[in-house]
Design a protein around this ligand. Structure first.
Ligand SMILES: *[C@@H]1O[C@H](CO)[C@@H](O)[C@H](O)[C@H]1NC(C)=O
Ligand SMILES: *[C@@H]1O[C@H](CO)[C@@H](O)[C@H](O)[C@H]1NC(C)=O
Length: 495
């Protein structure tokens, strides 16, 4: 099976993403070898390459033939399920690899696994990259956003290929060397956490417009189409408009109304929230979106609870009526602004999580550059990422996106609408956990004095944890209970 000409790069793992990425690479003119343990997958990919006009792709049925078909130093992308399958694939291939060759894992891997594999690979003289790939099937085939981290040399060896294969935007290809260690996987994980937040916020906008505004799916399709021509322009808003248009094939109405309200997940959102907690970074919007997925999973419990609380006296219609008549046009405009402001807070949380991890690990992540490579190809691609990039370019040590002068002005312009939407939803009994979390995040972050003084007093009272004062340095402890008794006794005298 060995052909005389050697391939520039190899790809192992030919499920949908792997096949599409391999075809994309071949399509850009880079000869590629592909391999999968399941021979039919190899043949399928070769057939697709032939159908697409004879792309330079060769299939191999054994790990040895596959590895030996590559020019040196070799670079092999593996796209298999995260976890043990990655270790198995590495084991199968590395027997034939030689020092200087590189393995590039394109899966949604936990970053610590990548760090372990980097050191295992280096003990054999091999280079290793953990590369986040976003964009789904279509992105893999037409141009994904790529987030490679690990060996700089491994990146340099394939930088020309990745630059051509990635999505292209006005300021370059959607790929950059993210940083050392497991940083590529970590950045992809946070990307997915942000994606959870975006999807949650969009679903809340939908809920408010539908439930309080009484809008039809046709109205919603038009509104999302319109939003997609403005500051909210993004992949997720665009596909949401399309979803509202699809008719139900077995009856009247649209398919979206027939879908069971239970959200699935694969784990990267949960990791994001776990990491936020580990790093003591507040990420309430992303956490709210995760919590909402958990609660959505309790469909039967929720149906039972709905019955119990109706019996106990909750009346959905009365709650909805309690907010009075709404001006539809105004509601639509308010929801658009609430969605935008909530989104800024969610991205601020994700970016701060990246910065905290970068500081802990010494990754030296460039937040503006990461916002740039998310502008195309990936699921969270959006016009507004260019503004985030600019904010970090203006000020690399910006502590929070909210205090970038431009974003600060936008948040303030939108806060009236934002508060109206959240207030209306609360009044009507419609849960908007993501928008509420974002607004609370904003209000907590921007207030120079919080009720944390009282919490400190409580901690000092029951645990002698001490407190600091606003008017003099040092740490203090007070015999609160004893003093309170004395004061009470004093009060008694006055009575
Ligand atoms: C090959 O294909 C199978 C089934 O699609 C998959 O489970 C496996 O992980 C793939 N990868 C490799 C490297 O064999
Ligand atoms: C960056 O932002 C911080 C916080 O707002 C500010 O203190 C600092 O002066 C800014 N730096 C520049 C170069 O604008």
């Amino acid at each position: 099976m060995e052909s005389a000409a050697l391939s520039r790069i190899g790809l192992a793992g030919l499920a949908v993403m792997g096949q599409n990425l391999a075809l994309n690479i071949a399509d850009k003119g880079f000869p590629i070898s592909v391999y999968n343990r399941t021979v039919s997958k190899v043949d399928e990919t070769v057939a697709r390459a032939t159908e697409e006009g004879g792309l330079p792709l060769t299939g191999h049925h054994s790990p040895r033939d596959f590895v030996l078909s590559l020019s040196r130093p070799r670079s092999i992308i593996i796209l298999v399920k995260a976890g043990p399958p990655v270790d198995q694939t590495i084991a199968a291939l590395s027997r034939f690899l030689e020092p200087g060759d590189a393995i590039i894992d394109g899966g949604n891997e936990w970053y610590e696994h990548t760090e372990r594999r980097i050191s295992e690979a280096s003990s054999q003289g091999l280079l290793y990259l953990g590369m986040g790939v976003s964009g789904g099937e279509e992105g893999a085939r037409r141009g994904p956003s790529l987030m490679p981290g690990g060996s700089r040399q491994a990146f340099d060896n394939v930088a020309d290929i990745l630059s051509k294969v990635a999505a292209q935007v006005d300021d370059g290809p959607c790929v950059t060397y993210v940083g050392p260690g497991g940083s590529g996987n970590f950045v992809k994980m946070v990307h997915n956490g942000i994606e959870y937040g975006d999807m949650q916020l969009i679903s809340e906008a939908y809920d408010v417009l539908r439930t309080i505004g009484g809008l039809s799916n046709q109205d919603l399709a038009d509104i999302f189409d319109e939003w997609n021509r403005g500051e909210l322009e993004s992949f997720l808003i665009e596909i949401t408009a399309d979803i509202f248009k699809v008719k139900e094939e077995h009856g009247d109405g649209e398919l979206v109304d027939k879908i069971l309200d239970k959200t699935g997940m694969k784990g990267t959102g949960k990791w994001t929230v776990q990491q936020a907690a580990e790093l003591s970074v507040a990420a309430p919007t992303i956490a709210a979106s995760l919590d909402c997925r958990y609660l959505s999973g309790l469909k039967e419990e929720r149906e039972a609870a709905s019955g119990v609380l109706e019996q106990a006296g909750i009346n959905n219609e009365a709650l909805k009526a309690s907010v009075g008549a709404v001006d539809k046009k105004r509601l639509i405009d308010d929801v658009r602004q609430a969605l935008y402001a909530s989104k800024i807070c969610s991205y601020a949380q994700g970016m701060n999580l990246l910065r905290a991890k970068s500081q802990e690990k010494g990754w030296n992540l460039n937040l503006g550059e990461l916002a740039r490579i998310w502008k195309g190809g990936c699921i969270i691609r959006a016009r507004f990422l260019d503004r985030i990039k600019q904010a970090y370019e203006r000020n690399g040590s910006l502590p929070n996106l909210i205090v970038d002068p431009e974003f600060a002005r936008e948040m303030v312009q939108r806060q009236g609408a934002w508060r109206r939407v959240v207030g209306l939803a609360i009044g009507a009994g419609i849960s908007t956990p993501g928008m509420c979390a974002s607004l609370s995040y904003f209000d907590t972050y921007r207030r120079s004095r919080l009720p944390a003084n009282l919490v400190q007093a409580q901690r000092d009272l029951f645990g002698a944890h001490t407190y600091e004062r606003i008017d003099r340095p040092g740490s203090f402890h007070t015999e609160w209970t004893k003093l309170a008794r004395q004061c009470k006794a004093g009060l008694g005298v006055h009575n």
